[in-house]
Each structure stands twice: as structure tokens, then as C-alpha cells.
Design a protein. Structure first.
Lengths: 261, 199
């Protein structure tokens, strides 16, 4: 895939041969910003955060009293806001780091973060072309950062297709509904795989080519496509997009395994 | 300064010495790819090694299958922190593929169907350290794991083990590949935790 993207974070701007990006102390701030049964959003205050692009991740490291450490990577859910970063953590069974972050971390606790990480699955406000975002479950997190980064800054037309099990699993539910009416040029479609809300005309089911035709962009519009979710979801959607004539080089994917970190 | 995270105890510690620093064990085989899975028919598949002189050496699928294969059991370590121990692969050693190729190159840039690339020193492909693998755990590779063949370089982070491999350019100068241009480490030794540039 042709890459014209270059990482812009401090770690990669000519620091080869020196130390990599440092771990920075970070503290949860303001309580859990939003919660569903399966996911929890945390705002972290990070002194010296270098800034990031929508779609990038951060490594979060925890240290036990005996010095044991565990780190995992999380997508950043919001654009750069000074020293504040936002992550949304999906609880996974036996998730060593996610369980702590989702259920245990309180304001003032200290964790460490390192980043930003990843320079491919990113959207920049100067990218003015149409964008298709396709999310499965918590795969919406980096796509939400793109939607939030766009607000008031870019006229790029965005369409989000967001597949969830049930209405209760919609992360950022109220904000997405508000933005769908207020953010000009943003369209949002929810798909449900288990239970639909009252008044929903599409029946329960996994995403299909018809959904991508109905709620996405025609291939000849040449949108940049960002697909994020569990592996099977991403494989299905990216295959469908290629089948509908989208250029594989315009389809960026990010995958979370069903029992990922 | 030591930072402790209140209330965090962590899982049981790895005492086997088989896990590089910062890694955790998984029994899954997670899939991480930057784009759609390319589908390559065996009839159209070929593997090309191009020297710094521009001389190309090509193998068809049938020619690859005719080469002596090895079965190897190795640990793999992904930069996203999962590790998988004792994975079993079958493929052709790069020593076999490169044996008759005259080159002064020190570096290799590996290319994949679908456009992915990754770079590494040529010596990391030689000496029984790298294979073009086409079976995993006794089965053909799955498409999302690199079918029909992927590079296997298990002593480096797994992004160096390019899926859907189509060829290798041998080069006098190092040239960064896909992730290496996007902030990831040029070499990627898991035991030295070389995740990001500058590590």
C-alpha cells in the first residue's frame, strides 16, 4: 500500500539513534466520562503529552507493588487537548490492564503512558476528501477521534456505519446522535446484530454489502475508508468494500481480536 | 523514580524466561493488518529476489514447492505485546533461496502483495533464521495470516515476518519499510524491546 503518511509525533522526527518516546506519568481525571456495560471512557492528565493525530494509540503501563509491569495499547478517543487525553477501554474477560482501567482506576491514581503510536490509521484535518468510517463494537473509538477532530475544522464529508449488538452497546451514543444532527456533512447509521430499538426498520443482522451501499459512499467517489473492529468484522467489511470496487489502497484497517488485550 | 499503580497486582508472573520484556502470552493468533487481505492465486504467485545490480531471480509456486522444506518450532512476538510460544511452521529457508545469488548487499527490503514492506539486515535472513513459510500448525496458511506464503523471521518482532510475501530487494543501503516509516523501530529486537524509533 502506498503510504504518503508520515508520523509526526516527536519520537520519529529525526530522533533516530536517541531514546524512544518516554513513559509519562498520567492520572485519571474527572471520573469515568461515559460507560456502557462493556466499555468505559477515561480522561487522563499527562504532563508533557506531545500531541497526536486522530486514530493514533497510546501505550498504558501499570506497575504492581513488586515492580511487575503490564502495558497495553489503546486508541485515543479524542483530539489533542493540551495535557488531557481520552481513551475508551473495552472490558475483556481476564483483561489484565483493561479490567483495572475500566473498573479500578480512580482520579489521582498514577499510571504511565507512552506515545502517540501508529501513523497509518490516522485522519488529518487537511485531508479534505470524503471519508467512510465503519466500526464494529469498540472499534468506534479511533473513528470517534476522527469525527471529533473534524468538528468545526474540516468540511470533509464523513459517513459512519456503526455496528453494535444492542442499543445499550452504543458507545458515545448521545454525542453521536447530537453530532449527526449538528455536525454538517456527518451522517451516522447504526446497525444492530442482536436487538434493534423500537422504530428501527433494518432487521437484526451482521453488516452486508447492501448496508455499505445504503449508508456508505459509492466507490467512484473514492472515499478513504477506515475500518475498525474485531478481526472477523474487519475482514468481512474490507472484503465487501473491495468487492464493491473500492481501491484496496484506500482502505485502512485496524483489528482487535475477540479476546484482545 | 518508581511509580506504582494503586490497586494493580497483575497476573501471575512469567518465570519461564521465554517471554521478552513487556510481552504477555496468548493462545490466540491475533490478526493485525493495515489493509484488506489480498487474495493471490497460486498460478499467478511468484517470489522474486532482486539484487543491488538489478538481477532478478524468480520462483513460481511449483518451483518453491520443489525446494527442500524445513519444519520449525519457534516463538513469535508481536510489537502489540502478545507472544505465542512453540508455533510450528513449514517453509523454505532463505539460506536455500539465496544460496546461488551473488550479492554485496547488507540490507533487504521485503515486499508483499497488497503493498506492505519491511526492511532488515540481510544477515538476519541467513544462517537458519528466516523462512518463506506456507504452512502453520500443519495446515495451509489462512488468508488473513499471509496465504499463500509469508516471511517468518521469529527472532524479530512479528511485523518483520511479512504476510503475502512476494519478493525481496537486496540493497547496499538500508531503506525503511511500511511501519519503519511510521515510527516503529528499524530493527525490532523483542529482547531489547525495540518497539519504536529510538528504543
Amino acid at each position: 500500500m502506498d503510504t504518503t503518511t508520515t508520523a509526526t509525533h516527536g519520537a520519529s522526527s529525526g530522533t533516530r539513534g536517541t531514546k524512544g518516546p518516554p513513559f509519562l506519568a498520567a492520572s485519571p481525571s474527572g471520573g469515568a466520562a461515559a460507560r456502557t456495560a462493556s466499555a468505559s471512557t477515561l480522561v487522563l492528565e499527562v504532563i508533557g503529552w506531545p500531541g497526536h493525530l486522530a486514530g493514533q494509540h497510546v501505550d498504558v503501563r501499570l506497575t504492581a507493588p513488586d515492580g511487575y509491569q503490564a502495558a497495553r495499547s489503546y486508541s485515543l478517543a479524542a483530539p489533542t487537548d493540551g495535557d488531557r487525553i481520552e481513551i475508551t477501554v473495552q472490558r475483556v474477560p481476564d483483561g489484565e490492564v483493561s479490567s483495572y482501567l475500566a473498573d479500578e482506576a480512580r482520579d489521582g491514581d498514577v499510571v504511565e503512558v507512552r506515545g502517540p503510536v501508529g501513523g497509518w490509521f490516522v485522519w488529518k484535518p487537511e485531508d479534505s476528501g470524503p471519508v467512510l468510517l465503519v466500526a464494529g463494537g469498540s472499534g468506534v473509538v479511533p473513528l470517534m477521534a476522527m469525527i471529533r477532530s473534524r468538528d468545526g475544522v474540516s468540511p470533509a464529508p464523513f459517513r459512519l456505519i456503526y455496528s453494535v449488538r444492542t442499543p445499550q452497546d452504543r458507545i458515545y451514543d448521545h454525542e453521536l446522535r447530537r453530532r449527526a444532527t449538528q455536525d454538517g456533512g456527518l451522517e451516522v447509521a447504526f446497525l444492530y446484530t442482536r436487538t434493534v430499538p423500537d422504530g428501527e426498520t433494518r432487521s437484526v443482522g451482521r453488516i452486508t454489502a447492501e448496508d455499505l451501499i445504503a449508508y456508505g459512499w459509492p466507490a467512484d467517489v473514492k472515499p478513504t475508508c477506515y475500518v475498525c473492529g474485531p478481526t472477523a468484522f474487519v475482514e468481512t467489511v474490507s472484503d465487501l468494500l473491495v468487492g464493491l470496487g473500492h481501491d484496496p489502497a484506500m482502505i485502512k484497517t485496524e483489528r482487535f481480536g475477540p479476546s484482545g488485550p | 523514580m518508581n511509580i506504582f499503580t494503586r490497586g494493580f497486582r497483575g497476573r501471575k508472573r512469567d518465570s519461564s524466561g521465554q517471554l521478552p520484556p513487556g510481552q504477555y502470552l496468548t493462545d490466540d493468533f491475533p490478526v493485525l493488518s493495515a489493509g484488506p487481505t489480498p487474495r493471490i492465486s497460486l498460478d499467478a504467485w511468484e517470489f522474486t529476489v532482486t539484487t543491488e545490480q538489478g538481477e532478478s531471480h524468480r520462483w513460481s509456486w511449483a518451483e518453491l514447492m520443489a525446494l527442500p522444506a524445513e519444519s520449525v518450532t519457534v516463538d513469535v512476538h508481536c510489537v502489540t505485546r502478545w507472544s505465542k510460544l512453540d508455533t510450528v511452521w513449514r517453509g523454505v529457508s532463505l539460506d536455500t533461496l539465496l544460496t546461488d545469488i551473488e550479492t554485496e548487499a547488507d540490507f533487504a527490503l521485503v515486499h508483499s502483495y497488497g503493498g506492505y514492506s519491511t526492511n532488515l539486515p540481510l544477515e538476519d535472513l541467513l544462517g537458519g533464521k528466516a523462512w518463506v513459510a506456507y504452512e502453520y500448525e500443519g495446515e495451509e496458511l489462512a488468508p488473513e495470516h499471509g496465504a499463500p506464503a509469508r516471511l517468518l523471521v521469529p527472532h524479530l518482532y512479528f511485523w518483520k515476518s511479512a504476510k503475502w510475501v512476494r519478493g525481496i530487494d537486496l540493497m547496499v543501503q538500508d531503506s525503511p519499510g511500511f511501519w519503519e516509516q511510521l515510527g516503529y523501530h528499524d530493527y525490532g529486537d523483542p529482547w531489547r524491546e525495540q518497539r519504536y524509533q529510538g528504543d
